[in-house]
Design a protein around this ligand. Sequence first.
Ligand code: NAD
Length: 343
Amino acid sequence: MLQRLLPIPIYTSQLPSLLRARALLLTNKLYNVKQSLMATIPKQRVSVIGGGGNVGAATAFALIAKGVPAEVLVVDVVDKAAEGQALDISDASFMMPGTCRKGTFKEAGQSDVIIITAGARQQPGEPRSNLIDRNYKIIKSIMDSLQPIKSSAKILMVSNPVDVLTDIAQKTSGLPRKQVIGSGTYLDSGRLRNELSEITGVSPTSIHAYMLGEHGDNQFTGWSSARIGGRPLLEHPKMKDINLDEIYEKIQRKAYVIIDAKGSTYYGIGICAATLAEALLNNTSQVFPVVNYVENFGCYMSWPAAIGCDGVEQSFDVKLSKDEDKKLQTAIAAIKDACSKYE
Ligand SMILES: NC(=O)c1ccc[n+]([C@@H]2O[C@H](COP(=O)([O-])OP(=O)(O)OC[C@H]3O[C@@H](n4cnc5c(N)ncnc54)[C@H](O)[C@@H]3O)[C@@H](O)[C@H]2O)c1
């Protein structure tokens, strides 16, 4: 009974009764102090634009379920969809530090992190690049509706084609380049690490391997830079007879397989977007393969970068083979060409 009253576990059977009563009092006092302190700390705000849809709702839910102590605003051009998702997700927040409600575009413009998931999604078999004309107009109108945007805000683009739309969001938001990033190949890299984990028997979190380039047809695997336990991944004994092209194809096809089976993908990208938002809010300086402006390439590109509360803190040089470098140059040319049409 006493154990149930205590907000943190204490091995009560080991304490004499007087001590137990004092421990209960003290613990409850500390708990109350913690609660009142938490109430005085203003929550950071994360807005999800397009939150009425699948990816936006999965992202907002992931923020709450991960325990991010933020106020999550769900914003959508379809007000009822935003309201429904926000109410549903708020039910999930009752025992978590975050909160969730429907928000307006103006409130979103004053957020610490603005996640954009609004826009058309791929139809079965459709390449991501097809979405650009439709989503360009949507992103431009969203940026207008968000104004004035808080000068310290960070924008995280998720809508596709994410590389080009990140560039458009930066230009139309007026924010510095390092404050505007895109989810890029973080999801694809997660898929890769899961595959490599199956093969090697090592946890995906201990495998450092990236999908790089474009989040789309021009992405490639950075095999030369991949590491496991401080050694090149390709030297791992279980990688000896593996067909690398088959792994690449499987990663590349996965979104199409999911879309074909259930219409859209959202859980994986939801957790990726929430993790990136968490890095931006908590200044974690973790390295992610995200869309960021790489000076050496002169364009936005999915490339490893350390992410903190100012946005991109550092971008990295990645060791590439000749063949990988050729693929990188193709991706740079494709992204630059697409961006030049939307100056
Ligand atoms: N980057 C990735 O890895 C990744 C993964 C999956 C999906 N996506 C992309 O995410 C986007 C959303 O996909 P989805 O499955 O959630 O689609 P969806 O149709 O379920 O949701 C899109 C939402 O955007 C809203 N919207 C449209 N115009 C808007 C505007 N002007 N302002 C605010 N909201 C607006 C719609 O009302 C809808 O609720 C697509 O572009 C898709 O390709 C990206």
